[in-house]
Design a protein around this ligand. Structure first.
Ligand code: PSV
Ligand code: MN
Length: 429
């Protein structure tokens, strides 16, 4: 196995700041001890945390107006994996990638798997794409895919999903995420009822192709590309469909797929209690499905989501939730955005581990909203970076991944080898 980033470089940089970290870690250890919190136990959980990287996220994204590619961009799945390996070597906790078919065009799966294995990179949940078919065979997805009124088009969309499962099997994946853009732009354009029936019908066919140890994740979204009605628009619809399909069907929560001010953490709790929470697409947003970097706009919301997850896992209600990032990096180097996003996600997980849930519940039961809020705010305000950095140090990753990354001039070097791209379809949805 080889490293995308030379371990000696990481070690040399860590050496320079190791003592400062030791000081900060011991200081935090003492502070947490006063609250009966064992910092080392938290650190061990952080060392084992994982969030998958989206292959489409390492290319520069764009909007419907333009795309401004950066230098040295990855041009194919191999180069995308190389970039993901850089992130994983520096930041850790991102050992798997989530591919998107057919955006990720693969000729030889065996070769690809070996290539990824060599970098210590595995394959997480695979994603099917039935939202931008531009073929000229009269089977386009312009008016929908799995819910299209034409059976032949539905069959084509089903087949794409089955092929995604087959591809995932060759790569060692254990799940499929299905997001469809199907919906209508005008009142009356489609029957709400018939289109949902057709969705369930199509999904049943996909479901029957799932290996027994796989899960299918249904991803909802309120609007875009359809601007009047979307077939799988919310968690309720997603839940109904997952229920109808069976135990291997779960709901996936993409943080950007909710209308403004929606209480996402409460949706998370509801899905947990109905045993249908399967996974996440992490990102952040201000207005709509902005796909901004995780925790860049509303880190407290991210913390409150982990708060629900941590309490549910303490109570034994969940295990093996699939964590994935789904972002579009339009103005930053995607590698830097993904490093910081993974850091933000794991930090908010760490903060949720500081909450004393027994105390919180007793204040809830005695109707003391101020104390309840204080407990959560205290955890959220704690600077957990020494824990995250110490975990990285012990995992052979960089204490300060961004500064090591910048010292590598990675993209500049890659720009001499990789073909420059003017346009790419990835990352615009
Ligand atoms: C749709 O907006 C979505 O969130 C789905 O997960 C897609 O697979 C992804 O974005 C593509 O960028
Ligand atoms: Mn998503």
């Amino acid at each position: 196995m080889f490293k995308a980033v030379n371990l000696e470089i990481i070690n040399a940089e860590n050496e320079k700041i190791k003592n400062n970290l030791k000081f900060d870690y011991e200081y935090l250890q003492k502070k947490l001890e006063k609250k009966n919190i064992n910092i080392n136990e938290i650190k061990e959980k952080i060392k084992n945390f994982q969030v998958a990287l989206p292959t489409w996220g390492v290319g520069t994204g764009g909007t419907r107006f333009s795309r401004f590619p950066g230098i040295g961009e990855p041009q194919n799945i191999y180069e995308k994996i190389e970039d993901c390996a850089v992130i994983n070597d520096l930041a850790g906790i991102t050992q798997k990638v989530s591919p998107h078919f057919p955006w990720d065009n693969v000729n030889d799966f065996k070769e690809l798997k070996e290539f990824a294995d060599n970098f210590g990179i595995g394959f997480d949940v695979v994603n099917s794409n039935t939202f931008q078919d531009n073929s000229r065979d009269n089977l386009s997805f312009k008016y929908g895919s799995l819910t299209n009124s034409q059976q032949s088009i539905r069959e084509k969309a089903i087949q794409i999903n089955i092929e995604a499962i087959e591809s995932g099997k060759k790569l060692g994946s254990k799940g499929l995420t299905v997001w469809i853009g199907d919906g209508g732009n005008f009142p009356g354009q489609m029957s709400f009822s018939n289109s949902l029936d057709r969705y369930v019908d199509s999904m049943k066919k996909i479901y029957s192709s799932l290996p027994k140890d796989w899960l299918v994740y249904l991803e909802h979204k309120p609007y875009e590309p359809a601007f009047y009605s979307t077939v799988i628009s919310d968690w309720g619809t997603s839940y109904i469909c997952a229920q109808e399909l069976g135990d291997q069907a779960m709901c996936l929560v993409d943080l950007g797929h909710h209308l403004p001010n929606t209480n996402i953490e409460m949706i998370v709790s509801r899905l947990i209690d109905s045993k249908k929470l399967g996974g996440f697409h992490f990102n952040d947003s201000k207005f709509g499905d902005d796909d901004l970097d995780s925790g860049s706009i509303n880190p407290y919301e991210l913390f409150l989501i982990f708060n629900e997850l941590t309490i549910a896992s303490i109570k034994g209600k969940i295990k093996n939730i699939a964590y994935m990032i789904d972002q579009s990096h339009n103005v930053t180097d995607p590698i830097e955005s993904l490093i910081l996003s993974a850091n933000e996600i794991v930090s908010n997980y760490a903060k949720s581990l500081l909450v004393n849930y027994e105390q919180l519940e007793s204040y809830q039961d005695s109707n003391d909203p101020i104390k309840c809020m204080q407990i959560l705010k205290d955890a959220f305000k704690t600077d957990v970076s020494p824990i995250i950095e110490q975990a990285r140090l012990e995992n052979n990753n960089a204490i300060d991944p961004i500064s090591v990354y910048r010292s590598l001039n990675y993209k500049e070097k890659k720009s001499k080898i990789r073909k420059s791209s003017q346009g790419s379809s990835s990352g615009i949805v």
